[in-house]
Every structure is written in structure tokens, then in C-alpha cells.
Ligand binder design. Structure first.
Ligand SMILES: Nc1ncnc2c1ncn2[C@@H]1O[C@H](COP(=O)(O)OP(=O)(O)OP(=O)(O)O)[C@@H](O)[C@H]1O
Length: 566
């Protein structure tokens, strides 16, 4: 089917040029020279998309953008005078799909039209029952059926069609990266790369080279040409995670690259055009950082065209059962277990009473640990490692009670429990055999999984889960492992007392360190890290948890202290 477009501009020559370009791409088009003419054409004919200038003799193209995006799902793109970035941003906020600057560059125009065609084709292929493949993908990866998640999912679908920069805000572990990936995978850019980068993890002296690349010999150590993240993401999406951690000097360079859509590698003489969509995220209050002067207002304005706030898990307790089941399935798959574990009624209830400071990531972490510690595939409250609450005698928290009654959670959980209530069913006998494999696989496979998930060396999905750490006394966790000695190999040479006794207490009664304070502290640090690693069969995530630190920090310290996994 031939696509049709409405082109709106008062410059006759430019209209002709655009019409010729569209015709060459197999698109039929009509031309309108004024806003009124465009509005009449749009109402009386059916067009698949619209390309409009913003400066029209009888009004602003923004009027047309508003009209089209509020009444149809057809993509509308705007043409802006060079340098009028504010208007372009305004148009994107009103629902424009993309913008192109004057003087018009034909490759850029073709790219924009190609993306519009992909969105149109996507709409035409929508399933007749209304559940598009896009919605199915969204539901399978962004778990949650609460009202707030419903509206989030609708927004994600809309944002995926647009090229507007999106800023994802929300606390750590709420799913910002999940949403960023979905926006990319549901967008016309899905065939390009999704390049996630943790801005806080790149050493500042390497930043420019990481973002823009370098030419061989441009500085000591540049032994070969290197492609930057912008070039890697060209045709796709660049996800700037922890964007608040960008140093000010880099913010300037980034702003320029985003605005100009051109980058120059270090040591190169020419600029290279890049076609990227920018998504960014941070758990910090970026607005406040702008007030404090540590984040540039112009960059904030540029990346925060549309803000999407991810809800905290504590505001959607109804989603916990579905999320838990999703993770139990996922973990079973990743750890190659025969079947997913199941939670008892009490365990579901306890989870729904927990204060998830670490959000969804914390929930997953709790379940990973519970699977490792449970003797069968049935996970009960004691495996969750959360502070004790007497569920049966205690009046449930008001929020839990409301959610449970409103959403029938208690019934759902009862079904799960009934399935698992007798330990000697054939299913459970098979499960207990499976458990023997779980804990040995858990450590190694879990750590492998964590490494392969990270697409970029500066990206890490592993952050601390404050409340889980608080709840599970590190030493208590070590003891649990010890009790299950037959299933989890414990190889630590040091006693637990070594862990309990602080270096300072030891120093009190010892002579002063012969090699000086630094060397002594490093030795202690190394010893504690190795102890934790051995206790967890070299699972860095769990070891970090034991030490009350982050995965990233542990990895950094291991490198610094020369602790080699081999
Ligand atoms: N709605 C959800 N459905 C399924 N999994 C989710 C959801 N939200 C988060 N997760 C999972 O929780 C973990 C943390 O998510 P993610 O890394 O996207 O959080 P984040 O907000 O980017 O965290 P941070 O700010 O620390 O980078 C991941 O394992 C992710 O797959």
C-alpha cells in the first residue's frame, strides 16, 4: 500500500524538494502553503503522516501538531529554523514525532521519513483483537497490572513511536533501564543498537574518548582507532544512565553533540553525523542539581523533553505477586533449574508487608537468596531473610490489607499455597531432588548471568538493596550457608570471628602495623573480601551483599587489590 503524506511549508521550492524526495521513497504527497489550508486538507483527506514547518504565514505549525496528535495516531514531524531548538522541543512535548532543521539536509529528511514509515507499518500490522505484538512484548517484560503501571505502559507505547528524548526518573531499582530498553525495542529504531552507558562509572579522563571515540596515536595509549558510544548507537538509542554523574566539562561536549547530531573523535579532523535517540536516567533529583549548579540547565532542558517517573514498589503492593512469579520463572531459567520455586501464602504476605527501599531489584535479590537457602522448591517466610513479623497474629499493615482486599491478593496466594502444602507429593519429591542442584548452580550461574546481562563495561545492574542488607545480618547469612553445608560448599579459611572482629579492635591489642597504616588496611580489606567471596563460592553479588557494599564497588576493590578470581 502506498503511504500518503501532507507537506506544509510556505516556501514553494522547499515544498517541491520535499515532494520529490517523498515520491522517490514511494510516498504520495499533497502540499499546503498555509495553516488554514493544511487544516482543511487534513480534515478532508486521509494522510498517513504530516511534515510541517513551524513558521506559517497565518499561524504556527504547533497548532497543527496539537490538532493531529490529539485526534489521530498519525506521526507528525516538524521543520524548524536552524537554532530554534526551543520550538522543536515544544513541538516534541506536544506530540510531534521528530523534527528536522533548516537548511534541510536530505539524508536526515529521508531518515526521518523512514522512521515514520516504520511507525505506520507497525500500526497497520496491529492484531485485529487490539493486542498488538508491541503490547505483548511490553506485558511480558514490564510486569505489573496496577493502575499506575497501566498508565505507565500506555505512555511507554506512545513514547516508543516518538523520537523525543525521554528522561526516566525514579528511585534505584524501579525499572528505569527496563523501560529504556522497552522504548528502544518498541521503536522504529529497534533494528539499531541499544547502547546503555553508566555515566558515573567512566573515569573522567577517558570520557571523551569513550563517548566520541579516538584515532590511533591521538594520545599515549591510543594504539588503534576506537569507535565511541555515539557512533555505536547511531541508528539506535543511547541510554545515559546515572546522567547526574556526568562531570560539568563533559556535559558541555555532550550537549553540543546532542544538538548538532555530529561528533568528532579525538584526533580526527572531521565531524561525523550520528543519528541517535537519547534516553537518560538517574535516581537523583536532577532539578535540584541544576539549582545547585552541578548539572547544566541547558543539558537538562535538552534531555528532559519528556519525563517519565517510575513508581516505587511500595506504592504498588498489588504487583508483588506477579513480579515475584515472574522472577521465580526467570531465575529458574537463568540458573537452569528444572522448575521454578513457589512461594507459600505466608511468604507472599510477608513480601507485601516489606518496605522495599531497593524496589523491584530488591525483590529479585530477596528471591534469589531465598531460592539458594530453601531446602525444597517451596519458599517460606524464613527463607526470605526479612526481619521477623508474626504474620498470623499480627494485624496486617493498613496498606497491605487494603491492597489485598481490593485486589483479591489473599485468594491468589491461597491457590499457590494449596499446590505446595504437602511435602510428600510426587511433585515435591522431584522438587527436593532439584534443590540439590540449585544451590551449587546458583552461585556460578547467577554470577555468569550478571556479567552477560551488562552490555557495556561501564554498565552494571547490580546495586545494593539497603533494606535487604539491613534485614539479613551478613553474619547470619554466612551461618545459614554453613548450616546447609551439604548443598553449599563453604571454603572460607577464616573463622566467622574474623569477620565479626573489626580491624580496629584487633589493632587495639596488637602492635602497630610494621608496613604502615595503608598497607595494613589494604591487607584487612583484601582478607575480608576473600573471606566473603569464599563464603559465597565467588559469587560477587552475594559477596558484596555480605560486605554491605555494591557489586560495582566490590569489583573495583578486587581490581585495586589484585584479587584474581582464578
Ligand atoms: N516492572 C518490572 N518488571 C520486571 N522486572 C523489573 C521491573 N522493574 C524492575 N525490574 C527488574 O528489577 C531490576 C532493576 O531494574 P532496573 O535496573 O531497570 O532499575 P533502575 O531503576 O534502572 O535502577 P538504577 O537506578 O539502580 O540503575 C532488574 O532486574 C529489572 O529487570
Amino acid at each position: 500500500m502506498t503511504a500518503t503524506a501532507l507537506v506544509v511549508d510556505d516556501e514553494v521550492d522547499l515544498c517541491r524538494l520535499m515532494q520529490i524526495t517523498l515520491t522517490k521513497m514511494g510516498i504520495k504527497s499533497d502540499i499546503a502553503y498555509t495553516l488554514t489550508q493544511a487544516q482543511t486538507y487534513w480534515e478532508t483527506n486521509q494522510y498517513d503522516f504530516c511534515l510541517t514547518d513551524l513558521n506559517l504565514p497565518d499561524g504556527s505549525g504547533l497548532e497543527l501538531v496539537k490538532q493531529i496528535s490529539s485526534s489521530s495516531s498519525s506521526p507528525v514531524a516538524v521543520i524548524t529554523a536552524h537554532g530554534s531548538m526551543d520550538l522543536a522541543i515544544e513541538a516534541l512535548k506536544l506530540g510531534a514525532f521528530d523534527f528536522v532543521n533548516k537548511p534541510l539536509e536530505l539524508p536526515r529528511l529521508r531518515q526521518l521519513v523512514e522512521n515514520a514509515l516504520k511507525v505506520i507499518r507497525q500500526d497497520m500490522n496491529a492484531a485485529p483483537n487490539g493486542r498488538t505484538p508491541e503490547q505483548q512484548l511490553l506485558d511480558s517484560r514490564l510486569i505489573g497490572d496496577s493502575a499506575v503501571m497501566h498508565s505507565l505502559k500506555n505512555t511507554v507505547l506512545k513514547l516508543a513511536r516518538s523520537q523525543a528524548p525521554v528522561f526516566l526518573s525514579g528511585a534505584s531499582g524501579t525499572g528505569k533501564e527496563v523501560v529504556a530498553r522497552l522504548i528502544h525495542d518498541l521503536s522504529p529504531r529497534r533494528d539499531g543498537s541499544f547502547v546503555p552507558v553508566n555515566c558515573g562509572a567512566i573515569p573522567s579522563e577517558l570520557m571523551e574518548s569513550e563517548f566520541f571515540g579516538h584515532k590511533k596515536g591521538s594520545f599515549t595509549g591510543a594504539v588503534a582507532d576506537k569507535q565511541g558510544l555515539f557512533q555505536q548507537a547511531s541508528g539506535g538509542t543511547l541510554f545515559l544512565d546515572e546522567v547526574a554523574d556526568l562531570p560539568l566539562a563533559m556535559q558541555v561536549k555532550l550537549l553540543r553533540a546532542i544538538q548538532e547530531k555530529n561528533v568528532r573523535a579525538i584526533g580526527d579532523t572531521k565531524e561525523m553525523p550520528v543519528d541517535i535517540r537519547i534516553l537518560s536516567a538517574t535516581h537523583k533529583d536532577l532539578n535540584q542539581l541544576v539549582q545547585l549548579g552541578t548539572f547544566r540547565q541547558d543539558l537538562y532542558y535538552r534531555i528532559n523533553v519528556i519525563e517519565l517517573k517510575l513508581p516505587a514498589l511500595n506504592t504498588r503492593y498489588d504487583d508483588i505477586p506477579a513480579l515475584a512469579q515472574h522472577f521465580l520463572r526467570l531465575i529458574a531459567e537463568e540458573w537452569q533449574l528444572d522448575m521454578p520455586s513457589q512461594l507459600t501464602d505466608d511468604a507472599y504476605q510477608r513480601l507485601q508487608q516489606h518496605d522495599f527501599a531497593g524496589n523491584v531489584r530488591e525483590l529479585r535479590n530477596i528471591l534469589e537468596r531465598a531460592i539458594t537457602l530453601a531446602e525444597t522448591t517451596v519458599i517460606d517466610v524464613n527463607h526470605l531473610g526479612l526481619p521477623e513479623i508474626n504474620i498470623s497474629s499480627q494485624t496486617p499493615d493498613l496498606h497491605y490489607l487494603n491492597h489485598a482486599l481490593d485486589n483479591n491478593i489473599l485468594n491468589t496466594n491461597a491457590t499457590v499455597t494449596n499446590k505446595n502444602s504437602t511435602d510428600d507429593t510426587p511433585v515435591n519429591t522431584a522438587k527436593s531432588e532439584q534443590v540439590n542442584n540449585i544451590q551449587s548452580k546458583a552461585g556460578t550461574v547467577a554470577s555468569q548471568t550478571h556479567t552477560t546481562v551488562n552490555l557495556h563495561p561501564y554498565r552494571t545492574n547490580n546495586q545494593p538493596y539497603p533494606s535487604a542488607i539491613q534485614a539479613s545480618n551478613p553474619i547470619g547469612f554466612g551461618k545459614d550457608i554453613k548450616q546447609n553445608d551439604s548443598v553449599v560448599k563453604k571454603t572460607a579459611h577464616h573463622s566467622e570471628d574474623d569477620l565479626v572482629q573489626s580491624p580496629l579492635t584487633q589493632a587495639d591489642s596488637a602492635a602497630l602495623p610494621a608496613k604502615g597504616l595503608e598497607a595494613y588496611l589494604q591487607e584487612q580489606e583484601k582478607r575480608l573480601i576473600i573471606t566473603a567471596l569464599k563464603q559465597t563460592d565467588w559469587n560477587k553479588t552475594q559477596a558484596a551483599d555480605l560486605l554491605g557494599t555494591t557489586f560495582r564497588s566490590l569489583r573495583y576493590r578486587m581490581k585495586k587489590l589484585d584479587i584474581d578470581e582464578d
